[in-house]
Ligand binder design. Structure first.
Ligand code: ADP
Ligand code: MG
Length: 249
């Protein structure tokens, strides 16, 4: 299937973001960003530190508004937070005074889901991400990898169309990062995948090539898409274990 025949989940059109520095200067961070995220694809956003990657993700999640341009979710321009995305942060962003289950339930609470359903869905997400038995634990009792699992459960519990991940593995040691990435790929490849598309921010080229169907490369000062690369490796089943037979026929 080509991009044009798949339904577009996120449409970023002419997004510009200019911050004001403490001394009152204009700081242009994003300059005319446009791309689409379609159903069934994984897109990686690659760029140096400070190029505006996190700012762009926040615009897509509707946590901040672009200075100009629009972000649309399934054809409807955002006016506030994006109802179709779940977000995973580099620093996990868990609330230390809440248990694993309470942290996971937060997003549902914000969406007005009742207590019983909240509990059911949180436990399901916790189980899905391999944290069964840790519902009552506090973040400080968990390793970094487990904390990020809570971050994933909290993003997935809202059953988002798109999973937005901001350098989700960069705070973890190499082995933990590889394990978690590999599990994420497993979830993605399952028939009943919990999300329809993924946008991952990274500065790790290898990770981008391994995971993504497409890579957008951001320039710095200000951030513009300076290259778009399509990964032509056999898809979709080689993200974890390459299937070399696919290369010979
Ligand atoms: P990246 O995630 O690619 O490292 P960021 O999006 O975090 O980049 O930041 C891009 C630039 O925008 C940086 O120079 C940063 O200091 C600036 N910036 C980010 N958020 C704000 C803000 N709320 N106010 C002012 N400047 C900001
Ligand atoms: Mg960032």
């Amino acid at each position: 299937m080509t991009l044009t025949t798949r339904s577009v989940i996120i449409d970023v059109d002419g997004v510009t973001k200019t911050f004001t520095t403490p001394d009152g200067r204009a700081l242009p961070v994003l300059d005319g960003i446009g791309f689409q995220l379609a159903e069934g694809e994984i897109v990686a956003l690659l760029g140096k530190s400070g190029s505006g990657k996190s700012t762009l993700l926040r615009c897509i999640a509707g946590l901040i508004a672009p200075s100009t341009g629009t972000v649309a979710y399934r054809g409807t321009p955002l006016t506030g937070s994006n109802p179709g995305v779940g977000m995973v942060f580099q620093s996990f962003a868990l609330l230390p005074w809440l248990t694993v289950q309470q942290n996971v339930e937060l997003g549902l609470q914000a969406r007005g889901v009742g207590e019983a359903e909240r509990r059911d869905r949180a436990l399901k997400a916790i189980d899905l991400i391999g944290l069964d038995g840790f519902e009552g634990a506090y973040p400080k009792e968990l390793s970094g990898g487990m904390r990020q699992r809570v971050g994933f459960a909290r993003a997935l519990v809202v059953e988002p169309d798109a999973l937005l991940m901001d350098e989700p593995f960069s705070a973890l040691d190499v082995l933990t990062a590889e394990n978690l990435r590999s599990e994420l790929v497993g979830l993605w490849e399952e028939h009943e995948a919990p999300v329809k598309s993924i946008l991952i921010v990274t500065h790790n080229i290898e990770e981008a090539v391994l995971l993504a169907d497409r890579i957008l490369v951001l320039s710095s000062n200000p951030g513009r898409i300076m290259a778009e690369l399509t990964i032509e490796l056999p898809r979709p089943r080689d993200r974890r274990t390459p299937r070399f037979e696919a290369l010979v026929d």
